[in-house]
Design a protein around this ligand. Structure first.
Ligand SMILES: Nc1ncnc2c1ncn2[C@@H]1O[C@H](COP(=O)(O)OP(=O)(O)OP(=O)(O)O)[C@@H](O)[C@H]1O
Ligand SMILES: [Mg+2]
Length: 410
């Protein structure tokens, strides 16, 4: 069928033509926004899930929801080895720009911008105490010329400074009767000091009843990262596991956009598409897209899906699996291949393609001592390819990654 009218959108952060199966998350967030704006006690939200389940897309949708309620919003994507300071400053600048038109006192906005500038310009001393020359991308061009304030959010201690900055941002939002929401994607990549400071700031703000919330998204081990930083983080955040779509939602993700183009699916086609995608949103979009392009006419049949599947798989092999596999060193690849081989053994019993495997078994199958494999394991965790949900086990962050590796020549 006409590829120009193909509605499906496989791709990182690509807005899907139909956001299926996330009704509950959207409802919960609506209540959170309403409660926070009324100074009711409420926890910040953290979305966790595997690669490609739709965390970024959901985060963006929640952000639109907050903007719809006239909240000030900003978003950052955490990166390993990058300090939180500049990205947070830029995000809160954005949030205040959204609030400013509803605010009656421009000098209150300028006052906040002065604090924001002081916060941004104050470098956090590096953990090792060694300072380095500022790199080009570290230079801050705020795009407003308010003089930096002194004595607020500029101590150099990120924990103190975040609390002060958040408190002031929340106070501007209080003036207009809404709140501020800071969205943090790939949150597991924040540095330990920044995670700790962020938890402390959220803790403080919620005690004050100040209308600012953090909404984070990250890989399944994010709760462990947060509780390693602050033991009270379990009570601080409301964790929502973002999972693959159930059958009804996956069908809706395919059928609703097709209907808008007067295209239908035969039930057997939907059976096969679900079998192939396992309900993982990225795969739903990828198989949907290839099937549409190959199907000669509506209704789309199971035979059309069968013809199109190899193309979808080839594209996933390059764009979804391969691009990630290439980030690993040869030693790390061996580690993952060993994991994949073990996961197959587990499959037989559990029917779970993405089962966790004990690290001791990985070592045994490679004929190595567990300790000698720690660097490879830690590097893979840092690269976001695997995670350790339960002590002593590892699992792939990428759904169906084990199966993909087993089809690759070693
Ligand atoms: N609820 C949904 N219904 C249908 N398609 C969806 C849904 N959520 C996400 N998708 C699709 O899934 C794909 C992956 O989404 P997204 O990039 O948000 O995942 P992610 O969890 O952020 O992945 P990663 O961990 O790799 O960053 C996109 O193509 C998107 O259009
Ligand atoms: Mg994402």
């Amino acid at each position: 069928m006409d590829p120009v009218r193909n509605p499906y959108a496989p791709g990182a952060g690509q807005r899907p033509p139909e956001l299926a199966g996330r009704g509950r998350e959207l409802e919960v967030f609506d209540v959170v926004l309403e409660r926070v704006a009324r100074s009711r006690p409420e926890r910040s939200l953290v979305l966790t899930g595997l690669r490609g389940v739709g965390k970024t897309v959901l985060l963006n949708t929640l952000r639109s929801q907050a903007i719809g309620r006239l909240w000030g919003t900003g978003k950052i994507e955490a990166r390993p080895d990058q300090s939180l300071r500049r990205p947070v400053a830029a995000a809160l600048h954005m949030a205040i720009r959204e609030l400013a038109p509803h605010h009656r006192a421009p000098d209150r906005i300028d006052e906040f911008l002065g604090v924001l500038k002081a916060f941004a310009l104050r470098a956090t001393p590096p953990a090792g105490g060694r300072s380095r020359a500022p790199r080009l991308r570290d230079r801050w061009q705020p795009g407003f010329d308010v003089p930096a304030a002194t004595g607020r959010a500029d101590s150099g201690d990120i924990e103190i400074d975040l609390v002060e900055l958040f408190t002031d941002a929340a106070s501007v939002a209080t003036d207009v009767g809404t709140g501020v929401a800071l969205f943090i994607d790939e949150m597991q990549d924040l540095g330990a000091a920044d995670v700790s400071a962020l938890c402390a700031a959220c803790h403080e703000l919620s005690q004050l009843g100040a209308p600012l919330i953090v909404v984070g998204a990250g890989l399944p081990h994010l709760p462990a990262v947060l509780s390693a930083a602050k033991s009270y983080s379990e009570r601080l955040f409301r964790y929502q596991r973002i999972d693959r779509l159930d059958r009804i939602a996956a069908d809706r993700a395919l059928c609703a956009p097709a209907e808008r183009e007067d295209v239908a699916y035969e039930p057997k086609a939907l059976d096969l598409l679900y079998e192939k995608s396992g309900g993982y949103p990225y795969f739903v979009q990828a198989y949907g897209k290839a099937t549409w392009d190959h199907a000669p006419r509506s209704p789309i049949t199971a035979a059309d899906v069968r013809v199109a599947a190899p193309e979808a798989e080839a594209e996933l092999a390059v764009g979804f699996f391969g691009s990630r596999f290439e980030r690993a060193t040869p030693a790390e690849r061996d580690y993952m291949r060993a994991m994949a081989a073990l996961a197959r053994v587990e499959d037989a019993q559990s029917d779970d393609l993405d089962a966790a495997v004990p690290t001791a078994d990985v070592a045994r199958s490679l004929g190595r001592k567990p300790a000698s494999l720690s660097p490879a394991r830690d590097a893979l965790i840092k690269k976001g390819l695997i995670y350790s949900g339960e002590r002593g086990t590892v699992a792939f962050t990428v759904p169906h990654f084990g199966r993909y590796l087993r089809t690759q020549p070693g």
